[in-house]
Structure formats: structure tokens, C-alpha cells
Design a protein around this ligand. Structure first.
Ligand code: GDP
Ligand code: MN
Length: 368
């Protein structure tokens, strides 16, 4: 779960990290009167907003209202801006980079810092980057910070502020279940203060129940995907025309691969999961039908999910939702014969093999 800059900064603030003063604007009337130069920043989940025109600098009331007007509702690299952050402008002296990320290989957090910040970390030469794995049992200690400070060549005063930030960042990383906390740029102002000018925070999606205050409406999801999430399905919309229902993430992925191999274009990913309920099958059909596919492919390997239950679900869905579109089913596994008998009694095409079903459904939508 990727957080917006303003959400990340509000967490930074809670943990005592220095962030510029700011307020959030969702409509033009939220803009407060101008008192000093500000930066107007699009709240979208993309890096490089600066370069893409998503950040405006305002040195007057007029530039502020103009900047907000221009950004709100605009599209930046395909994403619509619905919120902007109006933030006190910093007098930038230097830009640093610092992050703590989960390193899955080491199963430990890794601290990365460089005095060549402000640009993407990937573009910084290796020998300018300080990198240290933090033992999760020992946690962050000041000696790690002192090493980093020395490596980066920070002055004693800035170094002291920097170590305070590291300590806070590590605390956030652990307590807020993060996969990444990043400040780029971490600004040293001309007045000699460190400030988090940007924030990037990724929280472990499986921990969201521990963070009820965070709005989990993932803006990267389509309305249909959000609805499916609410109903408990993993569902992803794609651009094709063949609706897909399968069980298990692996089999669902294999189904999409199989379709693609035969020049079929999947309309969605839907993993039914392990279930033995007719209604769950019917609801899955309801989701897929909302995506308006030309045909539907069901691919079930029966285990916990029994083939006859799925077959009854398909028959019920066809009836209740009055589905006219072609349905092609692959059924194999537990209660397979019974399942296929139910389908053939109801005039629904089914196969024991996945590729046969795939070839048939692709023909039906007019592919190869
Ligand atoms: P990103 O491009 O999406 O990563 O957005 P950032 O928040 O990192 O901003 C991009 C760049 O804008 C920064 O690297 C700074 O150079 C500049 N910037 C951001 N905030 C300020 C500010 O308060 N004052 C000044 N002068 N520049 C800023
Ligand atoms: Mn940035």
C-alpha cells in the first residue's frame, strides 16, 4: 500500500521528524490566504512529479491560486490530480537521500543514504551510496548513524539532526509495518536545518487492519476492482475481451498465459480461491459480467473447491444473471464427472483439459 506524500509526511510529523508546514487542498476554496512563498505539489503516486510539471512554485497570491487551478483536475502521466499539498517553500542549500527498505534476500531492513540526493537513487554512483543492513533483533543504533554521517561528510550540527531523523525513520519503519520509508530530497536549508521535503512510504498491505486511520481506498484500483476487493475476490481488470474465473492465483495466472499464447485477450484476473459455495461462484460471475466480456472462461482444478459445486454455481449464475454470452469451462479434479454431467445437462460446454477450453473460447470471440 503506497501512501501519498501528505500521508507519509503526517506520519513523519507524528514521530517528530522535521517536515515543512503544509495544508491539503481538494478544491479551490480550501486555499488559505497567501503569507509566504509556497510550493504546490500534486498528490499522485508517481515519482518525478517535479520533472512532469506536477509541482508549481508560488511567490504571490496570484501564483498560488493559479498553481492550484492548473494542477487540480489535471492529468499527469495518466493520473488525475484530486489533491494538492500547499507547502512552505524551502530555501534549499543541499539535497540528500535517505531510506529504509525491506530487503527480502537478507530478511532485514536496509538503510540507504547519500549526499547526492534529489535525483533518483538509481542514477547515483554506487561509491557515493551508504548502505547498511540493520539486524532486526538489534534494531537501529547510533553507531550506524555515525558511520553514515561520516561517509556522507556531514558537519557535526547537520550530522546530529541527521541521526535524529534516522532514528525516527527506523521507528516508523518498524511500528508502522513499512516496506519502505524514503525521504528524497532530505533538504538542508540555507538556515542549516534538515527538512523532509518529500516522503515515500509503502506499508505492508497485509497489515492495513492495524492502521484503521489510513484510508485504504487504493487510488490505483479501478471502481470494479474496489468493488471486488469489498466482496473478497482478488480481481484485476485487463484490456481484453475474455472474462476469466479460475481458482488459485497460480492457476489463474496460467490461464491468462494460456489465453495469451493462443492470441486470446483476457478481460480480467479473478481468483475464486478455495471455496465450496454456489453463491461465491455466482458472485464471481456477477463481477466478471460487469466487465462486459465477449465470452467467459472458467478454469477449475477441483480440490477444496468441488467441481459439482462449481458446475451448480455456473448453472445458477447463467440463470440468475441471464447470461447470453458463451461460457466455456475446464473442470478437472474432485467430483469432475458429476460436475461435467451437470454442465452438459444444461448445455454448457466443458473440457477436462485447460488448453482445449482455451482454444475453444478464443475461437468463440473470433480469435485464432
Ligand atoms: P518528486 O519529483 O515527485 O520526487 O517530488 P519532490 O517533492 O521530491 O520535489 C521535486 C523537486 O522539487 C525537489 O528535488 C526539489 O528540488 C524541488 N522542491 C520541492 N520542494 C521544494 C521547496 O520547498 N523549495 C524549493 N526551492 N524546491 C523544492
Ligand atoms: Mn522526491
Amino acid at each position: 500500500m503506497n501512501l501519498y506524500e501528505y500521508m507519509g509526511k503526517s506520519i513523519f510529523k507524528q514521530y517528530g521528524l522535521p517536515v515543512p508546514e503544509s495544508y491539503l487542498v481538494e478544491k479551490e476554496s480550501d486555499v488559505k490566504s497567501f503569507t509566504r512563498p509556497v510550493v504546490v505539489k500534486s498528490q499522485i503516486l508517481l515519482g518525478g512529479r517535479g520533472k512532469s510539471g506536477g509541482i508549481k512554485f508560488a511567490k504571490s497570491e496570484k501564483e498560488l491560486t493559479q498553481g492550484v487551478k492548473e494542477l487540480l483536475g489535471s492529468k499527469i502521466r495518466g493520473l488525475t490530480v484530486t489533491k494538492v499539498l500547499v507547502e512552505e517553500m524551502l530555501n534549499i542549500g543541499k539535497e540528500y537521500y535517505v531510506s529504509i527498505a525491506l530487503n527480502r534476500t537478507d530478511r532485514a531492513p536496509v538503510l540507504i543514504a547519500t549526499s547526492a540526493g534529489g535525483v533518483e537513487i538509481e542514477s547515483v554512483p554506487e561509491d557515493k551510496i551508504f548502505k547498511r543492513t540493520i539486524d532486526p533483533l538489534l534494531g537501529y543504533s547510533d553507531f550506524i548513524g555515525r558511520e553514515a554521517t561520516q561517509f556522507m561528510g556531514l558537519s557535526p550540527e547537520i550530522g546530529k539532526q541527521f541521526r535524529g531523523i534516522l532514528k525516527g525513520l527506523y521507528e516508523i519503519f518498524v511500528k508502522e509495518d513499512c516496506e519502505l520509508v524514503e525521504i528524497n530530497p532530505l533538504v538542508e536549508t540555507k538556515e542549516g536545518r534538515l527538512m523532509a521535503a518529500d516522503s515515500k512510504v509503502i506499508m505492508d498491505s497485509d497489515s492495513m487492519f492495524r492502521h484503521p486511520d489510513i484510508d485504504i481506498t487504493d487510488p490505483e484500483k479501478t471502481p470494479l476492482e474496489l468493488e471486488a476487493q469489498g466482496r473478497g475476490y482478488s480481481f484485476v481488470e485487463l484490456q481484453g475481451n475474455i472474462g476469466v474465473i479460475a481458482n488459485g492465483a497460480g492457476l489463474t495466472m496460467a490461464t491468462l498465459d494460456g489465453l495469451t499464447l493462443h492470441n486470446g485477450k483476457p478481460r480480467n484476473f479473478l481468483d475464486l480461491g478455495g471455496t465450496d459455495s454456489v453463491d461465491i461462484v455466482v458472485n464471481a460471475f456477477e463481477m466478471v459480467m460487469k466487465a462486459d466480456p465477449k465470452a467467459i472462461l472458467v478454469n477449475i482444478f477441483g480440490g477444496v473447491t468441488k467441481c459439482d459445486t462449481v458446475a451448480n454455481g455456473i448453472v445458477a449464475a447463467k440463470e440468475r444473471l441471464s447470461i447470453q454470452k458463451p461460457i466455456v469451462v475446464r473442470l478437472s479434479g474432485v467430483h469432475e464427472d458429476e460436475g461435467r454431467r451437470i454442465l452438459s445437462d444444461n448445455g454448457i460446454e466443458s473440457y477436462p483439459g485447460m488448453m482445449q477450453a482455451i482454444e475453444s473460447v478464443v475461437k468463440k470471440v473470433g480469435g485464432n
